[in-house]
Design a protein around this ligand. Sequence first.
Ligand code: C5P
Length: 223
Amino acid sequence: MAKLCIALDTNLQQALDLVGALRGYPLIFKVGYKLFINHHKVITDKVKETGFELFLDLKLHDIPNTVKEGVISARDLGADYLTIHISAGKEALKQAVEVKGKIKLLGVSLLTSLSEEDLLDLGICRDRESHVLELARLAVETGFDGIVCSGQEVTLLKERLQRPFLAVVPGIRLEGQPAEDQKRVISVEEALQRGADILVMGRSILRSENPVKRVEEILLMLA
Ligand code: C5P
């Protein structure tokens, strides 16, 4: 069954309240740098102590040795998932895998906020799908556990990659909600049909008047 991951893109108090209010639900909480930089131990300990899985979304992108040290620190912090940009290169991915322990390493292929035009601006001339597929192949063959990709690429990756992997899909919107800065959004139903294993949702839940009720509704869709 697919899992729901809530992106804690909030201030510290809102994050602590939400984690406390959702105790007992089968959820992953994603901590990104907004909270991590100033409050990392407070929020990561709260997520773990409340019994949830911890997804550290730090999107590491550095030279191999620095990436490796980052993975070791995340491992020591008790993270269950950690993101690394696949474009950090094969050697960085390899060294990350060597020290990962029980962390599930997730390779970031292409940010869901990037359009075809953005790719050209970055000097990437192959089409989006080929680019994502080749990055994902590199990560999975190096021993990564999952790939962060848009809902539009999940089917392709599930069909074409030879090894099993977790498809982690952000950019999810409920009916009628605005895409905002995301360029490639998808509904919960579509993400599931296409094979998403972890649905990452932020604003659709955080901006709800009753986030707990909204989480319950989404969990019913996943059941
Ligand atoms: O609010 P929204 O649901 O768009 O939030 C999506 C979350 O997923 C954010 O925390 C964002 O950093 C993260 N993410 C993403 N696209 C990626 C990787 C992570 O939107 N490729």
